[in-house]
Design a protein around this ligand. Structure first.
Ligand code: FE
Length: 194
């Protein structure tokens, strides 16, 4: 990091930003603490994986997830972390693969996917995901047949996406926690099959 704040340690920069938000009346100290606690203690791809596993097990939950992502997240206890934006789940099928990007910055449902990886925020990913998604996926080791349609969803601060990956083989024989362990953060972004 360079520029005007480059001389300050990160903690001091964060504190300065917090003080400005508080001074401007945009947030209270308590609200900021609550947000930071949520992001750093509970935001994890394990949460999104649980929603996927439930969808694979329970077709009614899957329907509810696709109809109203926020309500489906709240059902599993992730309501607080997904407040303030519209959560849309996009389902992969044998014919359609979904991937998410924020072309502007790095919006995504942090409460369900954990802190975003640096590549998600990179200019290369943000620009290439829309221009040449198939090539980007191949670089992640995900080679899709030409017959598979790739849908790229551009997130923003109001609308954020969660990919519902293809149901795992043998899902019927596995319980929900076993299924959840098959789902990765990249699977939830759409840069891995699951
Ligand atoms: Fe963004």
């Amino acid at each position: 990091m360079s520029g005007e704040h480059g001389e300050l340690p990160i903690a001091a920069r964060v504190r300065r930003l917090e003080e400005r938000l508080i001074a401007a009346g945009l947030a209270t100290d308590e609200e900021l603490d609550e947000i930071l606690e949520r992001v750093f203690t509970s935001a994890s791809p394990v949460n999104g994986a649980r929603m996927v596993a439930r969808s694979w097990k329970d077709p009614d939950y899957r329907d509810r997830l696709l109809a109203d992502g926020n309500a489906a997240a709240a059902e599993l206890g992730f309501g607080a972390g997904t407040r303030g934006y519209l959560l849309k789940a996009v389902e992969n099928t044998p014919d359609v693969h979904n991937m998410i990007v924020c072309t502007l910055c790095s919006c995504y449902p942090t409460a369900l996917l954990g802190p975003s990886p640096s590549w998600y925020k990179s200019f290369a990913y943000r620009s290439r995901a829309v221009r040449e998604p198939r090539a980007v996926l191949a670089e992640f080791g995900l080679e899709l047949p030409d017959s598979t349609e790739i849908r790229v969803w551009d997130a923003n601060s109001e609308t954020r996406y969660l990919v519902l990956p293809l149901r795992a083989e043998g899902a019927d024989e596995m319980d929900e926690s076993e299924l959840a362990s098959l789902v990765t953060r990249n699977g939830l972004i759409g840069t891995a099959i699951r």
